[in-house]
Design a protein around this ligand. Sequence first.
Ligand SMILES: Cc1cc2nc3c(=O)[nH]c(=O)nc-3n(C[C@H](O)[C@H](O)[C@H](O)COP(=O)(O)OP(=O)(O)OC[C@H]3O[C@@H](n4cnc5c(N)ncnc54)[C@H](O)[C@@H]3O)c2cc1C
Length: 452
Amino acid sequence: MTTIDRDVIIIGAGASGLTAATELKKAGLTVAVLEARDRVGGRLWTDDIDGAMLEIGGQWVSPDQDALKETLAELGLKTYDRYREGENVYINATGELSRFEGDIFPVPAQTEHEIVSLIEKLDALVAEIDPDRPWGHPRAKELDEISFSRWLETQTDDAEAIENIGMFIAGAMLTKPAHAFSALQALLMAASAGSFSNLVDADFILDARVVGGLQQVPILLAERLGDDVHLGQPVRTVRWSDAGVTAVTDELTVNARRVIIAVPPILISRISFEPPLPRRQQQLHQHLSMGFVIKVHAVYETPFWREDGLSGTAFSPYELVHEAYDNTNFEDPRGTLVGFVSDEHADGVFTLTAEERKTRILTSLSHYYGDKALSPVVYYESDWGSEEWTRGAYAASFDMGGLARYGADLRTPVGPISFSCSDMAGKGYQHVDGAIRVGRETAAAIITDLKA
Ligand SMILES: Cc1cc2nc3c(=O)[nH]c(=O)nc-3n(C[C@H](O)[C@H](O)[C@H](O)COP(=O)(O)OP(=O)(O)OC[C@H]3O[C@@H](n4cnc5c(N)ncnc54)[C@H](O)[C@@H]3O)c2cc1C
């Protein structure tokens, strides 16, 4: 067992932990980043699968994500636009396919009216929500006691409008069924992206990708931190008092003045705290859970859908793959589609054999793009639910009533212990932008304290 002394320990080498470590080091403090995996990046992971470069975790950058864009610029990383020329496709409840342009799906006029009206209502409510303090809204408790699906049912009885609006937050963002989280949690999700309209606008929320993959952010941050990043070091125990803190892995003991726990909140309880965290933290961490989504990549010899005048963007709340996009890599002659199978649908297909699952998923893609979609040259399904150090995707959200009850204390430091993660962000919540923002804020508060 090696023992080292530092000013600040950072547990977790995801975007949030590495950002915090970078800021602390810039301020002249010494750091040790302890990462459980044998790689950095956490939920950012670019890998070569059968000769195709695939982004298995987070990848898209949207125009409002200033913190992420600043980091990309500092690291000299370039972005490129998601391919979006041509028509999008939508499949309705009876399996009928229509092509469309713009944001609103081709639905009957009355349903379109209901969808537009729901978007307006949600935009108005979201405008009242401070993403850093959703619990501060005068109706926070009431909005946290009603599920998002029930709230939608109180606004309209148009089932197709409910399914479509629900999908944008449920399947597409929180990756939980719309009955499993509150209206307040849905409003936070939208407020974190600026408005509900932004979430509905795929051209906004899924605007650009990074040449070479978004995992380069943590890789380059870690390269600059050099020997301060220790891989393969799951932190088992944190001993703390007002005098300081010690983090213990199987090989290392690190003594420091402060520690930042930069792991998804559902993994905090994997660490033994001596003494235990206060009652409030022990309780609140039990009210968060990860969503669950399978990110599917299918690579083809050519982006054949483009020849057919399709953008690759496809939606249907009635399909196994509820949304799919052209995900072709920068200057790659091959074409890649990315699709998502969310929450209960993901549970369902994981009861099948791998071959059956692949057939079901490719069949769903073929409903959007035709039979050519059935024969990719490379096929890959992410399985973040099986990853010990993540346990779901994309991120964590509160159960019913949890946000109003506990949200304000999610990031409250405990003695020398601070918390940092995208899942605790206001603006940029559940996104890399939020991970960076919280990492910066957490580091700034510690720098102020330690330099005082
Ligand atoms: C499939 C998928 C698609 C996504 N798409 C997008 C997208 O397009 N755009 C976007 O902005 N975001 C996206 N996200 C979300 C984004 O990837 C995350 O919000 C962000 O990367 C989280 O960063 P983080 O540092 O907060 O947490 P993480 O990346 O989870 O980092 C936490 C780190 O802590 C480590 N750790 C955990 N426990 C311990 C322990 N006890 N000891 C030591 N280390 C530990 C983990 O191994 C991990 O490396 C996506 C996520 C997934 C999974």
